[in-house]
Design a protein around this ligand. Structure first.
Ligand code: F6P
Length: 345
């Protein structure tokens, strides 16, 4: 078989482990692998690189993706899907393995519907993809959040300050919740539940009155108090999948910091963790998960099953329906948030 692979959307630590897993398993099965560059852009423009075992040696230790990534959406380009099919035909690709999040896998699913042989590999640091228990990159990212909170806690304590920490996650609060719980944040705010800044201020004031004169507030970039929405400002520009570019303009972290200071008089600072959360070397968990998903993707391709993706279910890596991953986002269940709330204040 000749396998094509591409990586699309925001990068995640572990992508290179998936690429290495695919290439090593493909070679073991006697298959050839071609990597298309910059996500769907490379599949449209036929920009590619040939991959063999030597080219992926020790790659699982490296963050990012050697195939580069973009948010190119073939739906917005004239004959985008036709061009992808032409590229695949021209290169005699038997199966295309698309590694990406909801958007990339959505395109892969549409291609599968058109009869193209496609296998998906779920990826996002946000951990908000259905059909898989965890996505690679999430573990590395929340460890960074945890370490950041550990550091911010000591300086917050020295200066008796409130630190508001803005964490990635536009629709789901997995990173704020898990990173916040691990790092011992005193309040955690997620996009799943609108919050009331007055209630947050009351928690913080009580904490100070009780003699614990510092606090960490972990807020997901997509969390909102409807009363503050007008102060949050993002660039009017949207990416090609229609997402507002969070992290541009004035985010919820900065707005909340100003409100807390105004309403409580407590000295407050804000930190936007930003893209550092996506960078660097993957954790052991993400190296292993990426590797296993890559190997499984080749096995699915060999099986001849179409419209599937490699997914983690419990401790098993299985073939799941691609359509499941692109149907609904996996948001944080209420019971997880309730557990975290026990530790607020
Ligand atoms: O890929 C997910 C993500 O990291 C989100 O958490 C974040 O909102 C977004 O990507 C940032 O996108 P970009 O890299 O385009 O700024």
């Amino acid at each position: 078989m000749h396998l094509g692979i591409l990586t699309g959307g925001g990068d995640a630590p572990g992508l290179n482990a998936v690429i290495r897993g695919i290439v090593v398993r493909a070679e073991a099965g006697g298959h050839q692998v071609t990597g298309f560059l910059r996500g769907w852009k490379g599949a449209i423009e036929n920009t590619k690189v040939s991959l063999d075992r030597e080219s992926v040696r020790d790659l699982h230790t490296q963050g990012g993706t050697i195939l580069f990534s973009s948010r190119t959406n073939p739906r917005n380009l004239e004959n985008g899907f036709e061009k992808i099919k032409e590229t695949l035909d021209e290169n005699d690709i038997d199966v295309l393995i698309a590694i990406g999040g909801e958007d990339t896998l959505g395109v892969a699913d549409s291609l599968a519907e058109m009869g193209v042989a496609v296998v998906g590999v779920p990826k996002t640091i946000d951990n908000d993809l259905s059909a898989t228990d965890y996505t690679f990159g999430f573990d590395t990212a929340i460890n960074y959040v945890m370490n950041s909170l550990d550091k911010l806690k000591t300086t917050a304590r020295s200066h008796e300050r409130v630190m508001v920490v803005e964490i990635m996650g536009r629709h789901a609060g997995w990173m704020a919740l898990y990173g916040g719980m691990a790092g011992g944040a005193h309040v955690i705010l997620t996009p799943e539940n609108e919050f009331d800044t007055d209630k947050i201020c009351a928690i913080l004031k009580k904490r100070y009155e009780d003699g614990r004169r510092y606090a960490l507030v972990a807020v997901a970039e997509g969390a909102i108090d409807p009363g503050l929405a007008r102060h949050v400002y993002h660039s009017a520009e949207k990416d090609s999948f229609g997402h507002v570019q969070l992290g541009t303009g004035i985010g919820i972290g900065e707005v909340l910091k100003n409100e807390i200071e105004d309403r409580t008089g407590l000295e407050t600072r804000h930190v936007v963790l930003g893209h550092v959360q996506r960078g660097g070397s993957p954790s052991a968990f993400d190296r292993i998960l990426g590797t296993r998903l890559g190997v499984k993707a080749v096995e699915i391709a060999e099986s001849g099953e179409n419209r599937k993706m490699a997914a983690l279910r419990g401790t098993d890596v299985v073939a799941a329906d691609l359509s499941e991953a692109v149907g609904t986002l996996k948001t944080v269940p209420d019971e997880h948030i309730k557990t975290a709330e026990l530790f607020f204040g």
